[in-house]
Design a protein around this ligand. Structure first.
Ligand code: FE2
Length: 300
């Protein structure tokens, strides 16, 4: 029986309607202005409600969320997002990595990411939260945290050497166990996908590890656009797929909300990966299926 999971990104599910002015005396002010001018209309809770219904009608066993649950990372936004996560499902079935909006300014852990801890945790206790590792029915989900505060008008991400050095053994061990390895993070790992001010600063170091050790699938968000690229590794091509914002109406040139469902079946030489895109139809206010892609993935 194929193993299934889904990937959503950038839900930006919070409202800043009651944001306290004392919290806006920082880089957050620019984010707040952007929310008032554009994002408030672009990201809609009715789209997320339709998404939730669509997920409930699927056989998704694990849901991956690649960051940007908030707009400017306010403490009350972390609480709002935690309530949304609890409505969406149990932490054993949902795993997330943060995005740059969630790390708009430096925040004490208890006021911020602690609210999401259960949704970021690995199966087993680890010394540090990231990279996270969950193994479900022959699939290893490896989560990387690229969210860190950056200068005003910048939306970069960085993984850092500590996290990258812990990634390599995870990939090696998962490969040795014959697992289908899904690496997921907020920022795109490939060059020239995102503007310089929005890039992953150590993407080259991440690519080096992926080229050397491989992965079966890489997922990310950040650009609010659905895209597929490939990364050539020593053992063959790896699909790198981006999800757009899960709550967007597509008003300002970004894609309308969509997400992907993945099913992995074992074959003689590796796996077959079936991808079903699900895109929001604003007229019917529901998500609809796009044509299914079937991709053979060779064991590396
Ligand atoms: Fe982002």
């Amino acid at each position: 029986m194929p193993q299934s999971f889904a990937h959503i990104s950038d839900p930006h599910l919070t409202s800043l309607e009651n944001a306290s002015p004392r919290h806006l005396l920082s880089k957050r002010l620019l984010g707040y202005i952007s929310w008032r001018r554009k994002r408030r209309a672009e990201h809609q809770s009715r789209v997320l409600q339709a998404l939730q219904k669509d997920l409930e009608n699927s056989d998704t066993q694990q849901l991956l969320i690649t960051g940007d649950l908030t707009h400017i990372g306010l403490p009350e936004e972390f609480e709002q997002a935690a309530r949304w996560l609890r409505e969406l499902g149990d932490p054993t079935d949902i795993v997330l990595v943060p995005g740059n909006h969630d790390a708009c300014v430096k925040m004490p852990w208890p006021d911020s990411f602690a609210h999401w801890q259960a949704y970021m945790d690995s199966d087993q206790d680890r010394a540090e939260t990231f990279p996270s590792l969950r193994v479900r029915n022959g699939i290893a989900f490896i989560g990387l945290n690229s969210a860190c505060p950056s200068a005003p008008l910048m939306a970069t991400g960085t993984l850092g050497n500590r996290q990258l050095s812990r990634l390599a053994p995870l990939l090696e061990e998962a490969a040795a166990e014959g697992l289908f390895r899904v690496v997921f993070l907020h920022h795109p790992p490939l060059p020239d996908i995102e503007k310089w001010r929005k890039r992953l600063t150590d993407a080259a170091a991440l690519r080096e590890i992926l080229v050397e050790l491989g992965a079966e699938l890489v997922l990310h968000g950040h650009a609010h656009r659905a895209r597929q690229h490939t990364l050539e590794t020593r053992a063959g091509s790896v699909l790198v797929a981006a999800a757009p914002s899960a709550s967007a109406l597509g008003l300002h040139g970004a894609d309308i909300a969509a997400y992907s469902r993945y099913a992995v079946s074992t074959t003689e030489g590796g796996w077959e990966l079936d991808i079903e895109g699900r895109r929001y139809n604003a007229q019917c206010q529901r998500f609809e299926a796009l044509p299914i892609q079937k991709i053979p993935v060779r064991r590396k």
